[in-house]
Design a protein around this ligand. Structure first.
Ligand SMILES: [Zn+2]
Length: 110
C-alpha cells in the first residue's frame, strides 16, 4: 500500500469519527433540549454538559486530523510529502508511519 492509500484510509477513518462524534454532540444537545435540563443547577445537566464537552473535544481532534491528512495528500500531489518543512531533509519512514500527516523531522518537531 502506498502512502496515498494510507492517507486516504486515514481520511475515511477521520470522516467516520467526525460523523460519530457529531452525532453524539447533537444527540446530547437534543436530549438536553427535550428534557429541558438546566445545565448549571441540575446534576444530570452537568453530566450531560461534561459529556458534550468530551464529544466536542473528540470531534475537534477528528476535524484537525482530517485537515492535517488533507494537507498531507496535497503534499503528496505536490511531491513535497515526507520532507521536513524546516530543514528540507527527508523525514524518516518510521516517523511517517507513526504520524503520517507530520510536516517536520524529529529534530524540528514541535
Ligand atoms: Zn527538520
Amino acid at each position: 500500500m502506498g502512502v496515498e492509500d494510507d492517507l486516504l484510509a486515514r481520511l475515511a477513518a477521520a470522516d467516520e469519527r467526525i460523523a460519530r462524534h457529531r452525532a453524539t454532540v447533537e444527540g446530547i444537545v437534543a436530549s438536553v433540549r427535550s428534557e429541558n435540563v438546566d445545565d448549571e443547577h441540575d446534576p444530570e445537566g452537568a453530566t450531560l454538559a461534561w459529556e458534550r464537552q468530551q464529544a466536542a473535544a473528540l470531534l475537534a481532534d477528528a476535524e484537525a486530523d482530517r485537515r492535517a491528512t488533507l494537507a498531507a495528500l496535497e503534499r503528496v500531489g505536490a511531491g513535497t510529502y515526507g520532507v521536513c518543512e524546516v530543514c528540507g531533509r527527508t523525514i524518516p519512514a518510521e516517523r511517517l508511519a507513526a504520524r503520517p500527516s507530520t510536516t517536520r523531522c524529529v529534530e524540528h518537531a514541535r
